[in-house]
Design a protein around this ligand. Structure first.
Ligand SMILES: Cc1ncc(COP(=O)(O)O)c(C=O)c1O
Length: 477
């Protein structure tokens, strides 16, 4: 049978594409500061997006041109300096370059034999992260897609521990016939933890939140009472180190002290909050985290590596290995020298996420990353100053970290009307497109919650943000 021309055609196309790619990569990357945060009417721009399945296809050049055009009218500039939505970091130059290379090399890091260097970089970068964030050297880390999956991994290990405390290997026999696993936390718990509990047989409704106020701050006494009532039965405590509404922290030390008086697994969700450890200005918020049993850290937030990148750290390797055991005759055996990362985490197939993490720490070191964190702390304080200077803006939190909760308040309005106004304003600011930012509820109040986690954001960006909020508010009335 004659060989088809496909291979030759695609190789030639790849060669031609490289020139086009070089040009567009430099336009895209060097244009990040100036690109609009969210093109206005982007959904309208996609009105005619759907098309019939292409029978022949139009080739790579035209397809990539179309992709660039589409992104220009409907792509969020989430890596740009004026994206303050959710908690979204930028990418350092080294991280971005390394991540592009991980794609170019088509690296697979399921196990050492597919990319010895990809796996070594993962282990090295995880060791560096532990050192930077003050987590014990002996803990095992694994890279995943983000903090949701890191919570998934850590809480799977917690659930494994809990089952074994009751004499059951839940990874083998499941939860059938088991009592309810007690999960205790504050009102700062992140939605992703509830999602994880929903999928791990615990049920999101069974997560007990002990709150002393509308913000969701922990009622430690009530939590202690619940633990005493458990009378030594194993339980899981979730400490929220960095919450998304206003960047506050659960009392990490107090909670871990309490947990240690009872039979608790302590998990710290420090998706972005654990980075507070990098600066002497904020390290005290997470003191004691090293005495937990597991911790979640996100890379695409404050480490400033490209999406998607998160890290689960667990004290006891064996629990991870039992929870995520993955073996088959065609798969290699795991051993310490040649680890199979896909057998201690949920993903079997995994991309070369380690390249970017290794590269950014190698390129900038602990000091460079401390500077990124402190830059964002400064930006948050600078923005809080802008809010304070404007009569019609009201600061809603004491800014401790990188999130500033505030609202528009022109005066003489009821709380309910202010909430409605700020909801409308939130939508209008997003529709304006110059900034990507979200609102939330703190208690019953609707507030903006810009989160600053990107090295690219400048003082001028946040000054302009305050002006834009006021300008858009003016246009609403
Ligand atoms: C504290 C916390 N935990 C978990 C998550 C989920 O992270 P991801 O979206 O990376 O899965 C977030 C995201 O903002 C977070 O702030």
């Amino acid at each position: 049978m004659a060989e088809s021309n496909l291979g030759q055609e695609l190789r030639q196309e790849m060669e031609h594409l490289i020139g086009q790619l070089q040009e567009s990569l430099s336009t895209v990357i060097l244009g990040t500061d100036e690109r609009i945060a969210l093109p206005p009417e982007s959904e309208l721009a996609l009105a005619n997006f759907s098309e019939a399945l292409p029978e022949k296809g139009c080739g790579a050049r035209e397809t990539i041109e179309r992709l660039l055009d589409l992104n220009a009218v409907a792509g969020g500039n989430t890596g740009g300096p004026r994206c303050f939505h959710f908690v979204i970091g930028g990418s350092t130059p080294a991280a971005l370059a390394a991540d592009l290379l991980a794609t170019a090399f088509e690296t697979v890091t399921y196990t050492w034999l597919l990319s010895p260097v990809g796996v070594r970089m993962e282990l090295q970068a995880l060791d560096w992260l532990k050192e930077m964030l003050g987590l014990p050297r002996e803990w095992t880390g694994v890279m995943v897609t983000g903090a949701t999956m890191a919570n998934f991994v850590c809480l799977a290990a917690a659930r494994q521990w809990w089952g074994e405390q009751l004499g059951v290997d839940v990874s083998e026999t499941g939860l059938s016939g088991m009592p309810q696993m007690p999960v205790l936390t504050s009102g700062f718990v992140h939605a992703s933890t509830l999602k994880v509990m929903a999928t791990q047989g615990v049920g999101r409704g069974n997560v007990q939140q002990f709150c002393r106020d509308d913000f969701g701050r922990l009622d430690l006494g009530a939590m202690e009472k619940a633990l005493i009532e458990l009378d030594g039965k194993p339980a899981v405590m979730i400490v929220n180190a960095g919450e998304v509404n206003a960047g506050e922290f659960d009392p990490v030390e107090d909670m871990i002290n309490l947990a240690r008086q009872h039979n608790c697994w302590v998990h710290v969700d420090g998706a972005f909050g654990l980075f507070a450890r990098l600066s002497p200005r904020t390290a005290h918020f997470v003191e004691g985290a090293e005495r937990a049993d597991s911790a979640t850290v996100d890379g695409h937030k404050w480490l400033n590596v490209p999406y998607d990148s998160g890290y689960a750290f667990v004290r006891d390797y064996n629990l991870l290995a039992r929870a995520f055991r993955y073996s088959a005759d065609y798969l290699p055996d795991e051993n310490n020298d040649r680890p199979t990362m896909g057998a201690i985490g949920p993903e079997s197939s995994r991309r070369g996420r380690s390249f970017a993490v290794w590269a950014t720490i190698k390129a900038y070191g602990r000091d460079g990353h401390r500077r990124i964190v402190e830059h964002c702390l400064d930006i948050a304080q600078h923005f809080a100053e802008q809010v304070k200077q404007q009569d019609q803006l009201e600061l809603m939190n004491d800014v401790q970290l990188n999130i500033v909760a505030f609202r528009y308040n022109p005066g003489n309005m009821s709380e309910a009307d202010l909430d409605t106004l700020n909801e409308r304003l939130g939508e209008a600011v997003l529709a304006d497109g110059r900034f990507l930012v979200g609102t939330t509820k703190i208690g019953a109040r609707t507030v903006f919650r810009p989160a600053f986690s990107n090295w690219r954001t400048r003082y001028s960006d946040v000054e302009e943000f305050a002006d834009v909020v006021l300008e858009v508010a003016e246009s609403l009335s």
